[in-house]
Design a binder for this molecule. Structure first.
Ligand code: ADP
Length: 411
């Protein structure tokens, strides 16, 4: 049916919210051209020294800061809404199409981004026992945003969703099946939004469709995880029931014999909470050498610091084991992609991780590896059988893209 009235321009903005226990990170994007209109962060919610930093990117204006107590997430989101409104980007704008929320744990059930209703909220709440730190904060962000704009579609984008394609052989732990099922113990994986984005961007860099390529993605930030992606679908990932499993991270141990925990309980007299804090917050690089920032560790190594060198060597040893393991899982590898803070910036980590793997078709060109750039790029020599890439991740853009695709499809 045609109309003589021009139809209004469809709403094209998406607000992305990443709500942590005491922080909210946000970005407002225009999905017509994926332009970032504003971005910011509220920190130390609930303390006297809360801080909101807002950057009006659309106008190139100066960033603004507010300090002073912000009591809770509701107050934080209201403050964000005020900052956006001051830039003419208010939450009441008809151009706002949806709010996309990062939700850490979607369990087995949520295999794709999902428009949030009361049933979805209840299911995210049911998953709190497997994500006690993250899901409650994510839920608070969702509830607050819904109260502010009850009429607006809100979409949950799950960190676990990309990994729900893992076969049972990769997703199950080899423990008693009944016990595992009763407590929903299985390998869920995290950082999925990043692994999805980076594996797709790597295929694009190779000029191929994601369905045609097998990629090992190494997301190396403060948290770190690897994934094996076959034809665009995740077939294995290194984080498990929680983000503690897998690679050596900034403050997490990654893989170890689970019996270390019984030993610490029985012989060390430590409680479950103490061991939890030890393995999640005081292990990994910081536990090994006192620093979790790769820049600082490299600086110390350059000065001849042996403890920093050992921490680096343990980090690389584990990384290499995962490259080898995922090579075997995939059978054929077209590319390895490094991403996140360490993966995008630390050339020595990339060099050391791939060193000695020439027989697997892996090599790095030293000059290309030394280049610093914000664009996806190849760092392997032309002759290498497997491409090695540096692909900056963009979880906010991926959340906005998935949110917008879902909302545009429904309208
Ligand atoms: P997360 O999102 O997990 O907090 P990021 O992906 O932002 O982490 O990565 C943060 C880490 O990246 C820092 O802890 C630091 O180790 C590393 N990093 C950032 N910039 C550099 C750099 N220029 N060189 C080496 N490492 C860097």
């Amino acid at each position: 049916m045609s109309s003589t009235h021009p139809s209004p321009a469809p709403a094209s903005r998406v607000l992305v919210l990443n709500s942590g226990s005491s922080s909210v990170k946000y970005q407002l994007l225009d999905m017509r051209d994926e332009r970032r209109l504003a971005a910011g962060l509220v920190e130390r919610i609930g303390e006297q020294t809360s801080r909101l930093k807002h950057s009006p990117l659309h106008s190139g204006g100066e960033s603004r800061e507010r300090t002073g107590p912000i009591a809770d997430h509701e107050a934080a989101l209201k403050a964000v809404a005020e900052e956006l409104a001051a830039d003419g980007l208010g939450l009441d704008s008809p151009e706002l199409a949806a709010i996309g929320h990062r939700v850490v744990h979607g369990g087995k059930h949520f295999t794709a981004p999902t428009v949030i209703d009361d049933t979805v909220l209840a299911e995210i709440e049911r998953l709190i026992p497997v994500a006690p730190l993250h899901n409650p904060a994510n839920l608070t962000g969702i509830r607050t945003a819904r109260a502010l704009r009850p009429d607006l579609p809100q979409v949950a984008v799950f960190d676990t969703a990309f990994h729900t394609t893992m076969p049972e052989a990769a997703a199950r732990y080899a423990i008693d099946v009944e016990t595992a099922d009763e407590h929903r113990i299985r390998r869920y994986g995290f950082h999925g939004t990043s692994h999805a984005y980076v594996s797709r961007a790597t295929a694009k860099l190779l000029g191929k469709d994601p369905s045609e390529v097998n990629v090992i993605v190494l997301h190396l930030g403060n948290g770190a995880s690897a994934s094996a992606v076959r034809g665009g679908r995740c077939v294995d990932t290194s984080m498990g029931l929680t983000p503690l499993e897998g690679l050596v991270m900034g403050t997490r141990s990654g893989d170890m014999d689970p019996a270390v925990i019984f030993h610490l309980m029985r012989v060390g007299g430590m409680s479950a909470d103490e061991i939890d804090a030890l393995l999640n917050k005081k292990s990994g690089l910081i536990g090994l050498c006192g620093d979790n920032d790769m820049r600082e560790i490299r600086r110390r190594i350059d000065e001849g610091d042996e403890q920093a060198q050992l921490a680096f060597d343990i980090y690389i040893h584990r990384l290499k084991k995962y490259i080898g393991a995922y090579y075997a899982v995939l059978g054929r590898v077209d590319a390895i992609a490094f991403t996140a803070g360490v993966g995008e910036n630390a050339a020595p980590v990339r060099e050391a991780a791939v060193a000695g793997l020439e027989e697997l078709g892996l090599a790095i060109d030293g000059e290309l590896n030394a280049v610093r750039a914000d664009e996806p790029r190849l760092i392997s020599p032309e002759y290498a059988r497997v491409a090695v890439a540096v692909v900056p991740t963009d979880e906010e853009l991926e959340i906005a893209t998935q949110t917008y695709a879902l909302v545009a499809k429904k309208s």
